[in-house]
Write a protein that binds this ligand. Sequence first.
Ligand SMILES: Nc1ncnc2c1ncn2[C@@H]1O[C@H](COP(=O)(O)OP(=O)(O)O)[C@@H](O)[C@H]1O
Ligand SMILES: [Mg+2]
Length: 367
Amino acid sequence: MAASRPRVAILFGGVSTEHDVSVVSGASIARSIDTDRFDPVYVGITKEGRWLLGDGAFDALRGGGTEGVEPVILSPDPQHKGFVHIESGRLTGVDVVFPVLHGPRGEDGTVQGLLELAGIAYVGCDTLASAVAMDKDVTKRILAQRGIPVVKGTCLTKWMWGVDRGEILSEIAQTLKPPFFVKPATMGSSIGVSKVEDGEELSGAIEHALGFSSKVLVEQAVERALEIEVAVLGNNEPKASVCGQIIPKAAFYDFNAKYVDGTSELVIPARIPKALAQDIQYAAVDAFVAIGGSGMARVDFLVSGAAFYLNEINTIPGFTSISMYPKLWEASGIPYTHLITKLIELAIARHEEKASLTRTIDLLVKA
Ligand SMILES: Nc1ncnc2c1ncn2[C@@H]1O[C@H](COP(=O)(O)OP(=O)(O)O)[C@@H](O)[C@H]1O
Ligand SMILES: [Mg+2]
């Protein structure tokens, strides 16, 4: 039995500002993964980008020293699938990696690209879908092309802002109505996001957001928006969970409301009409397909009356047992441990599907 259990590396931490959130998600998965089915190993990435493997990985990332961990690197060579221990040269082979990394250099396709090179199955979206979803500007363009409603707004780069901020501000004044939401294109956890009541505060908010990403979105605020989230699961036939709703106590769902004061309320199912909920579920799956998603994503909407706008797609959503993504599946009939199993199975299925593709044209050349 033991020999046939696939070895699954839970990969958490990371160099992004969402490091701490990732450690909590990773620890939660480690506690609940079905150990009759899988043989878990733990790999923590420190804020400096060192990869540490071992049972002490969670403690090590929480500042508890390096007891029970060894520094490793992921082998990009598919003949040696797994983690090479830097000091001993030993290989810890793995069959599947479960990346639980939020934000840039984890959720944005970079780690996924490394795993592609390594030839190791991994949970969640591939390189392209991850990179698209990490960039809110590119996501919105793809969704708009698909006919999925997105919030009206504009996008500017650090370079454009440096060259002609006057032109940018006057264009915004002519095309968008305040209040505005200003946000970095490639961050999460509401980092760098501000609500701006009028044009006067706009420059400061743009400068602030440009500190986190070289591309910034300025959007018209959806006033008194309901925050509705849907969990999507699957590869070729993705399914949507019931809709959930977040009721933040703050002015909007900012970093504090998400992680610090803990007063935001999660309501499942969302208190919205059934027909609207169905439209949103449909749009969530449609968006997932449009970006080429696989495995999982949490798709977030802003709802105002009967109108809904797709706000963002998170390819590695918060994954503690009380996070929205697992809660939505629990309410839709898939308990937490089973969800983890399902995601690992989906990772293996997609890997096998890819492995069956023709990679060389030897036969054609010989013919
Ligand atoms: N156009 C908008 N209208 C109304 N609220 C918004 C808008 N954009 C963002 N928000 C608020 O800011 C929060 C964070 O923005 P979001 O785009 O989801 O970034 P993040 O990836 O950091 O979660 C949202 O959950 C919502 O409360
Ligand atoms: Mg969000």
